[in-house]
Write a protein that binds this ligand. Structure first.
Ligand code: ZN
Length: 201
């Protein structure tokens, strides 16, 4: 999921081809993703999948999370960008985020394997949402204000995390991906907002 609105125009200095993100229309985005078997969790294959997901987050300035089907892997995994866990993330612009990155102050990305939403608040919030797989549409989606997820980390260790606001929104958006649901299925007022920049690369 991308941050909305994007923090700054996208000006990438990365010359290598970015990790492709599967775009809507691809069947993998509409499948129910498979649970990761316990024996696969610490395998080299899974490690590579997680690394590719982390690369998407690193390459796309506005990425706050990504689900495995978005890189063509039909497994129940999503990764949340470490920057989202900064207590003041909402107030930081892209330059400040870069400074934090350089200073090594960004928490590690969080890996959620076989995630399950175990609790949703009755209280709702309507938030602007977009998707790395649905460029460049944004729309309003009603989500539970709080969500609790149970999952395994990359070492197979179970954990439970409750969240509100952006992180709760991410939990719901990414879990939907694992069930073949895209935010455009739920959104109202869909509109296209391509990046405002002149780097036509
Ligand atoms: Zn998405």
């Amino acid at each position: 999921m991308p941050a909305t609105p994007p923090k700054t125009p996208k000006i990438s200095s990365v010359k290598a081809a970015p990790t492709p993100v599967i775009q809507k229309g691809a069947p993998v985005l509409r499948q129910i993703a498979k649970s990761v078997p316990a024996k696969a969790i610490r395998s080299a294959k899974l490690k590579r999948i997680i690394e590719r997901m982390q690369r998407v987050i690193a390459e796309q300035d506005d990425a706050v999370a990504v689900a495995a089907p978005q890189i063509g892997e039909p497994w129940r995994i999503f990764v949340v960008a470490g920057k989202v866990f900064l207590p003041d993330y909402a107030e930081l612009d892209a330059d400040q985020l870069r400074e934090r990155q350089t200073a090594g102050l960004i928490p590690p990305d969080a890996v959620y394997i076989n995630p399950e939403i175990v609790k949703l608040s009755r209280q709702k919030q309507t938030l602007l949402e977009g998707c790395l797989s649905v460029r460049w549409l944004y729309g309003n989606v009603e989500r539970a204000q709080k969500a609790t997820v149970k999952a395994l980390d990359e070492h197979g260790k179970p954990f439970t995390r409750g969240a509100s606001g952006l992180l709760a929104q991410i939990f719901q958006h990414e879990t939907d991906h694992l069930n073949g649901i895209l935010f455009i299925d739920l959104a109202s007022d869909l509109r296209e907002e391509p990046p405002q920049d002149d780097s036509t690369t």
